[in-house]
Design a protein around this ligand. Structure first.
Ligand SMILES: Cc1cc2nc3c(=O)[nH]c(=O)nc-3n(C[C@H](O)[C@H](O)[C@H](O)COP(=O)(O)O)c2cc1C
Length: 377
């Protein structure tokens, strides 16, 4: 029996297997960032076998969004849409946590009520694009403008927005929340010295740079208690023009601090991935992987990034992680856990339909023929 298919308890989450659906932005909400029928169907299809789904990056603020048609959770209509989606996932026996997302300097004013993006420092995310939507409905990649540095007394505002979103996620019936502290978004902008040049108590030394992230986690655990809050990190990520002078020390310190929160899990993107893409070989000189952080954190770890069935199994056997998240393969294999269970071939994904569009490349990937005919018997 594959280790991947054995049950696990992660904080308060009791899961029947260790195959997790990674958060994947698909830009398929209906007007106003509301999960609609199409999106509900997408998650319903992937909620098989009692596993864990991590819902895609979801805006916590009307003033901070990077992708047109990405979901939000800052008003009642969005919350109601999520509630239906969560019910559909629960009805199939799986659990779902919501990824809470404040993109900070990676925000487009045209998706953020015209506001200039905010960040720890007025440093632009060079060569990084968001996706806006034109009047005729077509999408357009847009460079992020220069952000405005938050005043010290403004810093509680994004933390409040994260906390308010966590309250709404609870009201919508989610099983937990995951702070998106990866891929160059606001918590990571504070953490890394390449994007944080502050001289107040939120910048400078490592303790200060980690403060925003840790205060955000504290705000979420205030709402959810122990075992239902999670954090996603990309310790080797450079997506969003991110860099740090000493990532090993930075992430070891952070992870050791996170240990005391009794999280549901820590979610780590492995060095072979940056943002949504595979990394060019040799691109990063000092990768920080789950293996490097494991000794500093005693809870459950989800590893993500470029895994296939065999490599996922090896990762669990090595002891460096407890669960494996699959991103791209879950887009094209709604029945991924069953396919892994029965060693069935996997359907290749189509990148051209990743971001935005209709049911094509979204809800029209079939379950494997062998499984479909078995369930029809
Ligand atoms: C289409 C797409 C959308 C993504 N959206 C998110 C997201 O919303 N939040 C996030 O943390 N990571 C996001 N990612 C990164 C994935 O969660 C994952 O880390 C990455 O795809 C590597 O895993 P994989 O090799 O299994 O696909 C996205 C990736 C893709 C391909």
């Amino acid at each position: 029996m594959k280790t991947l298919l054995t049950p696990i308890t992660a904080g308060q989450l009791q899961l029947k297997h260790r195959i997790v659906m990674a958060p994947t932005t698909r830009m398929r909400t209906v007007q106003g960032g509301i999960p609609g029928e199409l999106m509900i169907e997408y998650y319903r299809q992937r909620a098989s076998e009692g596993g864990l789904l991590i819902a895609e990056a979801t805006a916590v603020s009307p003033y901070a969004n990077a992708y047109a048609d990405a979901p939000g959770i800052f008003n009642d209509r969005q919350q109601a849409g999520w509630q239906k989606l969560v019910e559909a996932v629960h009805a199939r026996g799986s659990q779902i946590v919501l990824q809470l997302w404040h993109p900070g300097r990676q925000s487009l004013p045209e998706l953020s009520l015209g506001r200039q993006p905010v960040a720890p420092s007025a440093l632009i995310a060079r060569e990084t694009y968001g996706v806006a939507k034109n009047d005729n409905g077509t999408y357009e990649g847009k460079l992020f403008p220069e952000p405005r540095a938050l005043e010290t007394d403004e810093i509680k505002q994004p933390i409040d927005e994260l906390q308010q979103a966590a309250r709404r996620a609870m009201a919508a019936g989610f099983d937990g929340v995951e702070l998106h502290a990866a891929n160059g978004y606001l918590p990571e902008q504070f953490l890394l010295d390449g994007s944080n040049q502050r001289t107040d108590s939120y910048g400078g030394n490592l303790e200060n740079r980690a403060r925003f992230l840790l205060e955000s986690v504290a705000a979420l655990t205030n709402i959810w208690g122990k075992g239902r809050v999670a954090v996603r990190l990309s310790p080797s990520g450079i997506y969003g023009d991110m860099h740090d002078s000493d990532p090993t020390t930075t992430f070891r310190y952070l992870v050791a601090q996170l240990d005391s929160f009794e999280l549901a899990y820590l979610h780590i993107i492995e060095p072979r991935i940056t943002g949504p893409e595979d990394r060019e070989a040799g691109y990063y000189s000092e990768p920080v992987a789950s293996r490097d952080l494991r000794p500093y954190y005693h809870g459950k770890i989800i590893a993500a990034g470029g895994f296939k069935s065999e490599s996922a199994e090896e990762m669990l056997k090595s002891g460096d992680a407890d669960m494996i998240a699959f991103g791209r393969l879950f887009t094209s294999n709604p029945d991924l856990p069953e396919r892994i269970r029965h060693d069935l071939p996997l359907t290749a994904y189509d990148r051209t339909t990743f971001f935005g569009g209709d049911e094509r490349g979204y809800t029209d990937y079939p379950v494997h023929g062998a499984l479909a005919s078995a369930s029809a018997l």
